[in-house]
Write a protein of this length. Structure first.
Length: 227
């Protein structure tokens, strides 16, 4: 293969089969792992990666998980923030989805309604998707406006941080397989994220965001509204 495109999406779905009305905003959940999860490209290594440190003290008063995969399946480490989702039944009925992606985990909302939570591309397709926000465990520390308590129910335990870092490492490693390259160092430098503005206009939902070209005017208006 001369080239490879790698994609990861979170908190998203196929608009054609999206169902709404899920009661799954601002809730962290353990994953209901499928039989395919321990053997998947995405999560196979997680079954053998230990969580170092005092897990009992930081995560659980009961039996402590010993591996990253067991932590994902037993602890509320995945922040969900959505009202739309794809049910396992709709996923299975969709030939384009079921033939292209393997379901690795599901979840149930507060009312017991089940939705697909993690999928992986089949046949080596380098695409992964999560219905939750793996980035927030590490980077989101927002407080409710005017208060000290957290704005969202985000887990920041050792296990939660390990989950975020594991997925980040996996995604970057997958990108390294790509043979795409910039023409030269100058061209590469012009495209680095360091040239983009940062803003707190979307806080506390997102503490800090990058403002990509084309979105600057909208962000500026949001910043002015905060003043």
């Amino acid at each position: 293969m001369r080239w490879l495109r790698v994609a990861h999406a979170n908190c998203s779905g196929d608009d054609a089969i999206l169902a709404n009305g899920f009661d799954s905003e601002n809730i962290s959940l353990p994953l209901n792992l499928t039989a395919a999860a321990p053997h998947s490209a995405l999560l196979a290594d997680a079954a053998s990666i230990p969580i170092q440190g005092s897990i009992r003290r930081t995560d659980s008063a009961g039996a402590a998980p010993t591996t990253l995969l067991s932590a994902l399946g037993t602890l509320p480490l995945t922040l969900n923030n959505h009202v739309n989702g794809v049910t396992p039944q709709d996923f299975a009925r969709s030939k384009p989805l079921s033939s292209s992606f393997e379901v690795l985990a599901t979840n149930r909302d507060r009312k017991g309604r089940e939705f697909v939570s993690v999928v992986e591309g089949k046949h080596g397709l380098p695409v992964w998707a999560t219905q939750w926000h793996p980035e927030k465990n590490i980077f989101e520390q927002a407080r409710a406006p005017g208060h000290w308590w957290p704005f969202e129910a985000i887990a920041h335990t050792r296990s939660a941080v390990a989950v975020s870092q594991y997925l980040a490492n996996y995604f970057v490693d997958a990108c390294r397989v790509s043979t795409h390259r910039f023409a030269d160092a100058t061209h590469e430098w012009r495209h680095l994220v360091y040239h983009q503005r940062t803003s707190t206009a979307m806080a506390p939902g997102f503490v800090q965001v990058y403002i990509l070209r084309g979105a600057a005017e909208d962000i500026e208006q949001a910043e002015e509204a905060l003043l």
